[in-house]
Design a binder for this molecule. Structure first.
Ligand code: HPA
Ligand code: ZN
Length: 320
């Protein structure tokens, strides 16, 4: 069966940096990597938790320096995504991870933007860009980042919240999310990946988010599930990521079927595919096989992805 056309809504562009491109960019930019070979690097892809992954994720992205680097990274993702059924992609980027290294935010946005502009023609993929704030950085840093991005807001559809969750609740970012909403942007936040259901409540009630990224821990709180179902709040679930970051022990134990049974608007996504063992279609096949999902369920997941996407109603209708 060819891949079902799907929208990917939870994808960190920096998490698509494959070892071969990382080594090529390291050489192009004269950046030293602490790994002699691609095999040595791949051997480091065994993570104990989110922070363990983030340490490598931030270390490896130091090879990204120029507009061309960001364009090449994004183009490589789009080429693979197309093969795996993606027809619409809403892509996260982490500006602070680059500005902290002296890379201008305009360089990042123009580079990614160049590849996104070409995507409908080159790959038949429509896109949106989502600017994430690093929640383990300060609220002041997020505000500074938002102001630095103001000249580029025509390219940005939404703001998000990622990086180390526990100890960094959504309420820390109340002010910058209010500014983003005032500017007409949509809002999303990672919540309930490693963090408790209380963080999902905060993302909804304090930040006013339109979607929850991950959210798998919502099942621990019946009232929260009722709220998410009643308001049709989409949850962008990332099965292979959850296994690799030990949010769940085994894919066979993943709560995706329970989430669907509860009536939640769940989508399947790849998160950081270069690190977690697969792109979107690989995630779909993995959950199909591990959880015994039938074709009707897979079609529901694909349909959910377009329902949850930040599309105008005419475009959404064309995809559905
Ligand atoms: N969670 C939080 N932050 C992240 C992730 C994730 O899965 N991937 C990249 N940044
Ligand atoms: Zn993520």
């Amino acid at each position: 069966m060819p891949p079902i056309p799907t929208a990917e809504l939870h994808l960190h562009i920096e998490g698509t940096l494959e070892p071969d491109l990382a080594f090529a960019l390291a050489e192009r930019n004269g950046v030293a990597l602490p790994y002699a070979t691609q095999e040595e690097l791949r051997a480091a892809y065994s993570f104990s938790d989110l922070q363990d992954f983030l340490n490598l994720y931030y270390a490896l992205m130091t090879v990204l320096r120029t507009e061309d680097d960001f364009a090449d990274l994004t183009d490589a993702y789009l080429a693979r995504a197309r093969e795996q059924g993606v027809r619409h992609a809403e892509i996260f980027f982490d500006p602070q991870a680059h500005t902290a290294r002296g890379v201008d935010i305009g360089t990042v946005i123009r580079g990614i933007g160049r590849a996104l502009d070409a995507a409908p023609r080159t790959y038949g993929i429509t896109t949106r860009l989502i600017m994430c704030f690093l929640r383990d950085e300060s609220a002041a840093s997020a505000l500074e980042t938002f102001e630095a991005a103001r000249p580029h807001l025509d390219r940005i559809a939404a703001v998000g919240l990622d990086s180390a969750e526990v100890g960094n609740p959504p309420s820390k970012f109340r002010e910058v999310f209010a500014l983003a909403r005032e500017a007409g942007l949509k809002c999303v936040a990672h919540a309930g990946e490693e963090g408790p259901p209380a963080y999902v409540w905060e993302a909804l009630d304090v930040l006013g988010v339109d979607r929850i990224d991950h959210g798998v821990r919502c099942l621990e709180d019946e009232a929260l599930v009722s709220r998410l179902v009643a308001d049709r709040v989409p949850l962008t679930v990332c099965p292979l990521s959850n296994v690799r970051l030990r949010v769940v022990d085994r894919l066979e134990d993943h709560p995706l079927p329970a989430m669907l049974d509860a009536g939640l608007l769940v989508t399947v996504n790849s998160d950081d595919p270069a690190y977690f063992g697969g792109y979107l279609g690989d995630n779909v096949i993995a959950v199909r096989d591990a959880l015994g999902l039938d074709e009707a369920t897979l079609r529901t997941l694909a349909r959910n992805s377009f329902q949850a996407a930040f599309l105008d109603e005419e475009t959404r209708a064309a995809y559905l």
